[in-house]
Design a protein around this ligand. Structure first.
Ligand code: AMP
Length: 296
């Protein structure tokens, strides 16, 4: 595994079909699931590690974002990646970028409404990574469902020659979606955070039993999250990230909440098979504690 710091070095050392896994570091099994998939599908697996200031709407959140580059290098090596692109600020943004990428319609609700400028920061850095690194495939998590919709749409609209691959949400043994931010949760907060998962699973059961009304599905999540500060629960169209009244097409039921000072998001993705039956993605559960804690 080689660590590179410039776009030129990354491109010159990547050969064959190149798969990119963009991350902000402080890696966990969610990130590594994308590395594993890329390793199966590509000749060169390139992981990027950059805490992108453009996408933080609150400066204190950027300052306190967890970082451990040495541990990340070890995890990426063990996961079998070939290259780690870890650029300095001055490489990514030698000048503040005057060009910004926006996908306005998809940024109106949910994360877009609660985190002004967030998706502009994400879309701009992802476009830059795709342009500078020129991967054939790029792997993202469905945990960030609205982000995935934004990225798919910008790639489509700008005819970027890359295939976007979305992977399932990796969860702790008890169901909590893995997030670098989980390390901030105290034991009591962690217990309350589990309401997000319980609510989404109650909604999953209801969907499988035939319930389609958005208010009812959102209500099931609200019922389980009464002791945390919920920002939104929204059933949204999977492609347009716009609220639906009824679950009648591929969608995700998204929730965001603050538990203490930590902001968490999670969602349940629902697709439909050829007979019109719902296919609910409950994510993948770990069988032991995450490497976020422990000796990792
Ligand atoms: P981040 O480092 O949080 O910006 O995330 C980098 C990538 O990992 C994004 O595509 C995320 O959607 C994805 N990701 C984050 N958490 C998870 C998870 N629990 N399961 C799967 N993918 C995830």
């Amino acid at each position: 595994m080689t660590v590179v710091g410039t776009f030129e070095d990354a491109r010159s050392q990547a050969a064959g079909l190149v798969g990119l896994v963009p991350t902000m570091g402080f890696l966990h099994e969610g990130h590594l699931s994308h590395v594993e998939r890329a390793r199966q599908e590509c000749d060169t697996v390139l992981v990027s590690l950059f805490v992108n200031p453009l996408q933080f709407d609150v400066p204190e959140d950027l300052d306190r974002y967890p970082r451990d580059p040495e541990r990340d290098v070890r995890l990426v090596t063990e996961a079998g990646a070939d290259l780690l692109f870890a650029p300095e600020q001055a490489v990514m943004y030698p000048q503040p970028p005057l060009t910004r990428v926006r996908v306005p319609l998809l940024e109106e609700e949910m994360e877009g409404a609660h985190r002004p400028g967030h998706f502009e920061g994400v879309a701009t850095v992802v476009t830059k990574l795709l342009g500078g690194l020129q991967p054939d495939r790029a792997y993202f998590g469905r945990k960030d469902a609205q982000q995935l919709a934004v990225i798919r749409r910008l790639v489509y609209d700008l005819s970027l020659p890359v295939q976007i691959v979305g992977g399932p949400t990796v969860r702790e043994e008890d169901g909590l979606a893995l997030s670098s931010r989980n390390v901030f949760l105290g034991p009591e907060e962690r217990e309350r955070a589990l309401g997000l998962f319980r609510g989404l699973m109650a909604a999953a059961d209801a969907v499988e039993q035939g319930r389609r009304d958005a208010d009812a599905l959102e209500g099931l999540v609200l019922d389980e999250t009464r002791d945390i500060d919920v920002e939104y629960v929204t059933l949204a169209d999977a492609d347009l990230a716009a609220r639906l009244d009824r679950l009648d097409r591929p969608a995700f039921l998204a929730v965001a909440a603050r538990v203490g000072s930590t902001r968490l998001i999670d969602n349940l993705a629902v697709d439909f098979d050829q007979s019109g039956n719902p296919v609910v993605d409950r994510g993948r559960r770990l069988t032991g504690p995450s490497i976020l804690y422990g000796e990792g």
